[in-house]
Design a protein around this ligand. Structure first.
Ligand code: ADP
Length: 356
């Protein structure tokens, strides 16, 4: 594999007694859309800010294309940053805002004019060049902030929750636009968000942080399908947690026992092959049937209608509450509250977790 465009080694950052970053190692590949995802306070912004050069690490190093940039000031790192607040200069026009990084870098007037036009077109804001920031909506201001960040052709664009101040529909639109922009420009994006759907829909790779440490990283579908820990299984989508007894390995899968049934489960590296275990089971992987159709039997406790999907909470004597999610438009069983139903899943639909 080619050398990473950025790499972070053993990054530690403390605030008093508190470890905001706990020995983080991360490689960022050229051209990828990498997302740092985690709950509030997990260290995402601190990590991004350490990469950008705004936060000094206690120890650890940051490399850019092999060079140690740990002590380099932000403006010498070839990186650009977009924040949640749009941070446009209020007394400068849109064009002046976008051209600002170029004036600092002493570009000629003609080159600035040409590049500003190019960048405004890139974010579809060409006709707003002479407006002042306060004459723009939030979404438009964020587009300008993006154009300004891209103006000097940075190698890497760092984005810290850039859409979180916008309403839902606008967010969704800008998510598409950002993704398209990433594909068109080929610039490396490092994106911080606490929004799981945003991370899943936009990223090539997601890094999940908790308490200043990386829990798991991988492509969106990998993380969703094969979470390694209970935290990841629940943070990225919903999961049932099934307490089981692991009885050994059979080829590439493990055998688990729960509520009197034996079944094959998927196991990642580091999972205990025998003894008590915890299995993650996605609600949409569970089939519902009439009593007798499927191996487990329970009673419907609650139903929640979500338009395209319907969530059904089923009570089972041993497994407890099991959440099932099924498409509303289907020909299977139509659950009603207090109805007895059966449920089951395909072999390896369950994933054995490491932190059982
Ligand atoms: P996230 O971006 O995941 O929400 P942050 O990286 O902003 O998390 O913060 C991680 C932790 O470090 C939080 O608990 C936060 O309160 C703490 N922290 C961040 N910046 C400072 C600071 N300047 N002084 C003290 N604590 C801080």
């Amino acid at each position: 594999m080619s050398e990473p465009i950025l790499s972070v080694r053993q990054a530690i950052k403390t605030y008093g007694d508190f470890r905001a970053l706990d020995a983080v190692n991360l490689d960022i590949r050229e051209g990828e859309f990498l997302t740092l995802l985690g709950p509030s306070g997990s260290g995402k912004s601190t990590l991004l800010s350490a990469i950008a050069g705004f936060t000094a690490l206690d120890s650890g190093v940051v490399h850019a294309k092999g060079d140690d940039i740990t002590r380099l000031p932000p403006e010498k790192r070839g990186l650009a940053m977009v924040f949640q607040g749009y941070a446009l200069f209020p007394t400068m026009s849109v064009a002046e805002n976008v051209g600002y990084p170029l004036r600092v870098r002493k570009w000629s007037k003609a080159a600035i004019r040409e590049r500003v036009t190019e960048c405004l077109d890139l974010v579809q804001m060409g006709q707003f060049a002479d407006r002042m920031p306060q004459q723009l909506s939030g979404g438009q201001q964020q587009r300008i902030a993006l154009a300004r960040a891209l103006s000097f052709k940075p190698d890497v664009l760092l984005l810290d929750e850039p859409l979180s101040a916008l309403d839902k529909q606008l967010r969704a639109d800008l998510q598409w636009e950002l993704k398209a922009l990433h594909e068109r420009l080929g610039v490396t994006f490092i994106y911080v968000t606490h929004d799981q759907d945003e991370a899943l829909s936009m990223s090539d790779r997601i890094v999940i942080l908790k308490d200043g440490a990386i829990q798991q990283e991988g492509a969106p579908n990998e993380l969703y399908d094969w979470p390694r820990t209970r935290f990841v299984a629940n943070f990225l989508g919903k999961s049932n947690c099934i307490e089981a007894r692991m009885t050994g390995r059979d080829g590439d899968h493990l055998i688990a026992e729960a509520a009197g049934h034996r079944f094959a489960v998927h196991a990642g590296t580091g999972v205990a092959e025998t003894g008590k275990g915890c299995l993650a089971l996605r609600p949409e992987r569970i089939r519902l049937g009439l009593p007798g159709d499927e191996p487990f039997t329970g009673r419907v406790k609650q139903i929640s209608y979500l338009g395209e999907r319907c969530q059904v909470l089923v009570d089972h004597d041993v497994l407890g509450e099991v959440l099932v999610s099924q498409p509303t438009w289907h020909s299977g069983v139509r659950p009603e509250p207090r109805m007895d139903v059966s449920f089951g899943w395909d072999a390896k639909a369950c994933v054995a977790l490491v932190d059982a």
